[in-house]
Each structure stands twice: as structure tokens, then as C-alpha cells.
Design a protein around this ligand. Structure first.
Ligand SMILES: [Fe+2]
Ligand SMILES: [Fe+2]
Length: 470
């Protein structure tokens, strides 16, 4: 038996880069991830992992928030401490060397872009003890980052990859890099070993390409087929911050499983365990239970509330506080320059939405669709429920892969969401407007239906606990 603990997208943000003022508050409230609390969350998770019975730890990229050298310095200390108890393997990607040039520090109501950041070659040297130095073979890619292959215990092969560039302007692998990967896979399979690849971007889409199509490697479909055909058992990925387990069957019948590990410092703060035995693979996703920040102990509800506040804070300020709404809205992206225009209308709409019940929303939709929009019986069952609360449950499910309230396909939430998601396609059939009949538009309508299905009735394997035979 070989047991791995896996975390991803830690986005460590050093507290020294913020005085907790207005600029930081706005930055923090626009991010699903807890920033200043990240050090405390990571410490708690690493302590939990260090005291567990696992054999090794995988960290699947985005260790730092935006490539800050000081964030990597602090991360290295944490990893060093963890490595006293466990073997640690790291890959670095996207936010580790500041792909978007967005590293900032926050003082009062100002943000400064003068934070020193790392480069890919710098990180190669920096984290070499946690990959390259334990490897029997390596490959350097075009940005000077390194991929490595490690024989874990003679029965499990780990291939840690940097997938930031495919040579065609996208994430992924150039052909030479990919050949190197396939060579490691074939070698491991010839030896009867299980093959686990760790990379940062997605190889298999999940939920919907509408949401994470842009988070995949280039040529993902071709690469998935080749990797599965060669016998890869698992692909561990991060980047999307969404916890999902997805499978792909190659033309030769090989089944490859992708575990997309969510962000440790955002909801649901997952720690994933992958257990490899001679007979099966077992996946268990547990939430970090608690952490101590500034002397106070918090449960994982704190992290969930932070993730919820990204939407609820914006909606509440839209309803009640013009200045706060302008600041929060513009805080989403530096390029946004909203000046408060039409706030009166926005405020009325937000207040109306916050008070909306499922019954009222259902009646409204059915009024405009001549009673055919949503199933009246389903609406009746939960007519007094607050609509926004249900939307928040579905929003959290994007990150954790588990919609708790929706137990079956008879569930009213499932029926209503499915009806609403199929509305664009159903309307397009009735109104027969030419542009709506175009193949591209119809494809988007189908993707909206698939998205709703996946969020209210997540497909197998289960995203929290699954057993996969070998
Ligand atoms: Fe990330
Ligand atoms: Fe990322």
C-alpha cells in the first residue's frame, strides 16, 4: 500500500505584504481564497498531514499568491518542516512565477506593484529538493522549468510536470516534452507500476467547458487519449480551484482518472488522499477542520464564509451601500472603472433579488413562458425558500463538487434548475430566430444544460470518496 496526501493552489500571501487596510480588504473580498490567513491554514494542513500515516505529499502548483519571492521563502520553510516527517514533491506553475504580473503589496488604501517576483528558472533551483533531486530523469522546458520522474516505492511512478507552455502560446507540452512523458509512462507500465502524473492545468474537462475550458492544456483531447492509451492511471491537477474526479476511457479501453484538487485556502479547503494498493485506488477528500490565526481558532466555516462573501458581499453592497459597491466592483479587476452610473436601478434590482422566493421567481418565469418555463409542482414544494440561498449552495458546489440539498432526480431543486437551464434551447425552438438556430449558439445552449446537470447531480465517480479497481 502507498498513500499520498495531495494539496493544491495554496496561494500563500505573506502577511507582511499588507497592513490590513482598505486596499487589502478590497483585494481580499474579490478572491475566493483567504489571503492573509493562508499561512495559518497551510500550517494547520501541513501539521495534519505530517501526523498522518501517508508516505508522501504532493503539492500541485500555485504555492504563492502571485509569484512573490517572499511568499516562496515562507513556503520553503513550511515545506522543509513538513519534509522532516514526509517525502514532499512540488510542482510550480502559473501564479508561482507571476504569469499575470499582478504581485502587489497593500498599504492603507493603496496597492503597490513593486514586489519582487520569481521566475521559472529561479523556482527550479529553489524547489529542486522537492522534485528534481529525488528524480531519476528530468526534462527542461522552454521557460526553464523542469519536469521530473520519480520511482516512489518500486510500485508507483510519479511524474511531476511543468505544463505552462506548449510552444504554441498555450499551456501544455511541446511534442518533445510529451514524448519524454510517454517514455516514462511506458517504462513504468513495462515494470508493472501504477503511474501518477501531477501537473497544474486540466487534461480532462469537467463540470462544463463553459467554466473550465480555458483552464486546460492546449490539445487536451489528443493528449488525454495518448496518456490514457499509454496507461496513465491518475492525473493530479489544480488550477481551477474546483474539487472534481473525472474519468476518461481511451480507444484501447484503458481508463485514466483525473483528480482536480481544489484550493487549500479557499472553500472547501480540501486535503485529498490517494491510496494505491495492488487491487485498487482509493480517493478520499477531507476538509481541513480548523486552523489558528492570530491566536484564535477557526473552523473551515470561516473559509466557506469567505468564499461566499465574494458574491454575497457584492450583492449586499449593491443593495445597500453605493460607495462599498463601487469599491468592491472595481476591486474585482484593476481594469474596471465603474463610477456608480445607474446605481439606483442596480440597487433596486439587488434588493428585489435578495428578497426573492423560489415561488415568486417560478411564477415570474412561468408568466413570461405561458406556464411552460418551470415545473409548478417542484416550485410549490419549496415556494417559501429564499432564491439566493439556493444559488449560493450551487455556487459552493462549483468548488466542492457536492450539492448536499439535492438528493435525487426527484428533488425540486434538481427539477427547477434543469427546467431553467433548458429554457434558452426551448425558447429558440419556438421563436425560430435565425441567429438562435446557428450550430454555435445551440452548442452553448446544450453546454448550459450540461452545466446545470453536473452541478445539481454530479456525475460519478463521487467527488469525495471513490474506489477504482485496477
Ligand atoms: Fe490557483
Ligand atoms: Fe493556477
Amino acid at each position: 500500500m502507498y498513500k499520498l496526501k495531495i494539496v493544491a493552489d495554496l496561494h500563500h500571501f505573506p502577511e507582511s505584504l499588507s497592513d490590513g487596510g482598505r486596499a487589502y480588504q478590497l483585494r481580499s473580498s474579490s478572491d475566493q481564497v483567504c489571503l492573509c490567513e493562508s499561512g495559518a491554514i497551510i500550517d494547520a494542513a501541513f501539521e495534519n498531514i505530517a501526523n498522518s500515516d501517508c508516505d508522501a505529499v504532493l503539492i500541485a502548483g500555485d504555492l504563492s499568491n502571485d509569484g512573490e519571492k517572499i511568499a516562496h521563502d515562507e513556503m520553503l520553510e513550511k515545506i522543509k518542516k513538513l519534509s522532516e516527517k514526509k517525502k514532499v514533491f512540488v510542482i510550480y506553475s502559473t501564479h508561482d512565477w507571476c504569469c499575470n504580473g499582478d504581485a502587489r503589496r497593500f498599504v492603507g488604501d493603496k496597492a503597490y506593484n513593486d514586489v519582487e517576483t520569481a521566475t521559472a528558472p529561479y523556482l527550479r533551483e529553489f524547489y529542486k529538493d522537492y522534485g528534481e533531486n529525488q528524480a531519476y530523469d528530468t526534462y527542461e522546458n522552454e521557460i526553464g522549468a523542469v519536469s521530473y520522474a520519480v520511482k516512489l516505492d518500486g510500485k508507483v511512478r510519479l511524474i511531476g510536470l511543468n505544463d505552462d507552455r506548449n510552444g504554441k502560446g498555450k499551456a501544455g507540452y511541446c511534442d518533445e516534452h510529451f514524448e519524454w512523458i510517454l517514455k516514462q509512462v511506458r517504462d513504468a507500465k513495462a515494470n508493472g507500476e501504477a503511474v501518477i502524473i501531477m501537473e497544474h492545468h486540466l487534461v480532462l474537462p469537467h463540470i462544463s467547458r463553459l467554466i473550465n475550458g480555458g483552464q486546460m492544456i492546449g490539445d487536451a483531447d489528443e493528449r488525454a487519449e495518448a496518456l490514457a492509451e499509454a496507461g496513465v492511471d491518475f492525473i493530479i491537477v489544480g488550477h481551477s480551484h474546483m474539487q472534481r474526479t473525472t474519468q476518461y476511457t481511451a480507444k484501447n479501453g484503458n481508463v485514466m482518472t483525473q483528480i482536480n484538487v481544489g484550493s487549500l485556502c479557499g472553500h472547501p479547503s480540501p486535503i485529498t488522499t490517494l491510496t494505491v494498493t495492488d487491487e485498487e485506488f482509493r480517493i478520499d477528500v477531507d476538509r481541513l477542520q480548523k486552523f489558528t490565526y492570530n491566536g484564535t481558532e477557526y473552523t473551515n466555516e470561516y473559509i466557506t464564509e469567505h468564499t461566499k462573501d465574494v458574491l454575497m458581499g457584492l450583492l449586499n453592497s449593491a443593495a445597500n451601500d453605493k460607495e462599498e459597491f463601487i469599491a468592491r466592483f472595481n476591486g474585482i479587476d484593476e481594469k474596471l472603472k465603474y463610477d456608480g452610473k445607474y446605481y439606483g436601478i442596480i440597487s433596486k434590482a439587488a434588493r428585489w433579488l435578495l428578497k426573492m422566493t423560489v415561488g415568486k421567481a417560478g411564477r415570474l418565469i412561468n408568466f413570461f413562458t405561458f406556464g411552460k418555463g418551470v415545473n409548478k409542482q417542484a416550485v410549490k414544494q419549496i415556494k417559501n425558500d429564499n432564491l439566493v440561498e439556493h444559488i449560493m449552495d450551487i455556487y459552493l458546489c462549483v468548488f466542492d463538487g457536492s450539492l448536499k440539498k439535492c438528493s435525487s432526480t426527484n428533488d425540486p431543486v434538481y427539477i427547477i434548475v434543469k427546467d431553467v437551464a433548458s429554457l434558452p434551447k426551448r425558447i429558440s425552438r419556438v421563436v425560430k430566430i435565425k441567429t438562435l438556430q446557428k450550430e454555435k449558439i445551440q452548442k452553448v445552449f446544450t453546454q448550459i444544460e450540461e452545466l446545470a446537470e453536473e452541478l445539481t447531480n454530479p456525475s460519478l465517480p463521487d467527488n469525495q470518496h471513490a474506489v477504482i479497481g485496477r
